[in-house]
Design a binder for this molecule. Structure first.
Ligand SMILES: *Cc1c(COP(=O)(O)O)cnc(C)c1O
Length: 373
């Protein structure tokens, strides 16, 4: 291929010039992890940037999910979405709990509140929704159900870094919210994540749990895990935070170009954007209706690849179809028709701050011409 490769994602990186003085500080202090200087600074900076009060940094985005279920002492069954990254359901499994899959709303890709209610049993204790692609869930409807049945709500907000509704963060919804700062996400600390809660007491418990359960030098209060973020990645995160607004603005431009050019292509559909939502443009999913478009999603995906343009079938296959989970009563295709169709039709187009106009045009030319360019 003569054309340069266009990847689906590319990490936001601080410059070496700005990162190096931080490293020098860390070397001088010789304090590498365990709630160090930059760890504390990043927690404060993120709390302020995101508009939340209590946030705990983690070593990745999966352990806050696992820890949230621990912190809230969840038991029995947890209602969740099959249309997500596997970590969502894995976190339930790692706690010895039973995931119960519920279908999604075709307008958002998120858990359909009406179907949540139908899936509640006497064993249900929690709901774990995902703001997929950064599309906000129907937070009010989910909370109303949770309150009526006495259920906890833990949001996997891995895609929803700084997403707002009417100018207000959605990271204060439910009981807890988790973030991922993996290299492929909108904001990254190489690997990393966070758990957001609503009060100081709960944050304290979370901070114990991410440090083996230690509450002081000689006291262990819970079977905690090790999920501490170190000083090097905290410093990297502080550097990246200076660039995140520009990065999101660049993503928005890409999204606007995609949306304008694809809005009248027969057989290609996209999620509608809401006027009251501030998006982070973390992904740009399109859905390929084979009958109307003329070729299948997989055919388009392969054609793009032939032209060195990498899309991602994200989320395909559904979590519920993996061998670990497919035996569950809620995992059948009949129970999950909307999610099944979305998984069969989706391609996430290349989306990152480094895409040039030329790159975007190459992607669009392929999608508009069924890969024949
Ligand atoms: C990325 C992601 C995670 C896991 O985060 P890691 O930082 O990779 O552990 C969890 N849930 C969703 C929806 C994700 O996209």
């Amino acid at each position: 291929m003569a054309n340069k490769q266009i990847t689906v994602t590319s990490p936001l990186l601080p410059s070496l010039e700005e990162f190096t003085p931080y490293l020098k500080d860390i070397w001088d202090r010789k304090w590498l992890t365990n709630n160090g200087h930059y760890h504390q600074e990043l927690e404060r900076a993120l709390a302020e940037y995101l508009g939340v009060e209590y946030i705990s940094l983690f070593t990745n985005g999966t352990l806050p999910l696992i820890t949230a279920l621990q912190a809230m002492r969840i038991t029995g069954e947890v209602i969740t979405t099959p249309y997500s990254f596997v970590a969502t359901t894995h976190s339930i499994w790692w706690n010895g709990l039973t995931p119960v899959f519920v279908d999604v709303d075709p307008a958002t890709g998120n858990l359909d509140p009406q179907k949540i209610e139908e899936a509640i049993t006497p064993k249900t204790t929690a709901i774990m929704p995902v703001h997929v692609y950064g599309n906000p869930c129907d937070i009010e409807a989910i909370q109303e159900i949770a309150d009526r049945y006495g259920l906890a709500v833990i949001y996997d907000a891995a895609h929803a870094f700084n997403v707002k509704v009417n100018g207000r963060t959605i990271l204060d919804a439910g009981d807890m919210n988790t973030l991922s700062f993996h290299a492929t996400k909108t904001y990254n600390t190489v690997e990393g994540g966070a758990l957001i809660c609503h009060d100081a007491r709960t944050k304290k418990r979370i901070d114990y749990l991410k440090n083996f359960g230690f509450a002081g030098e000689t006291t262990v209060v819970a079977p905690g895990i090790n999920s501490k973020m170190d000083e090097i990645r905290s410093a990297y995160g502080l550097c990246n935070l200076k660039h995140i607004d520009n990065a999101i603005a660049a993503r928005k431009k890409v999204a606007q170009k995609y949306r304008a050019a694809l809005s009248n292509v027969p057989g290609i559909s996209m999620f509608k954007e809401r006027d009251d939502v501030t998006y982070n443009y973390s992904y740009f999913p399109i859905f390929v209706d084979e009958k109307e478009y003329g070729i299948s999603r997989d055919a388009l995906y392969e054609k793009m690849k032939e032209h060195n343009v990498l899309g991602r079938r994200y989320f395909y296959p559904l979590i519920s179809s993996f061998a670990i989970y497919r035996g569950l009563p809620s995992a059948t295709k009949e129970n999950l028709p909307v999610a099944t169709r979305m998984a069969d039709e989706v391609i996430c187009l290349p989306m990152h701050a480094g895409l040039t106009d030329e790159d975007v045009n190459r992607v669009l030319e392929l999608v508009c011409n069924k890969g024949n360019v």
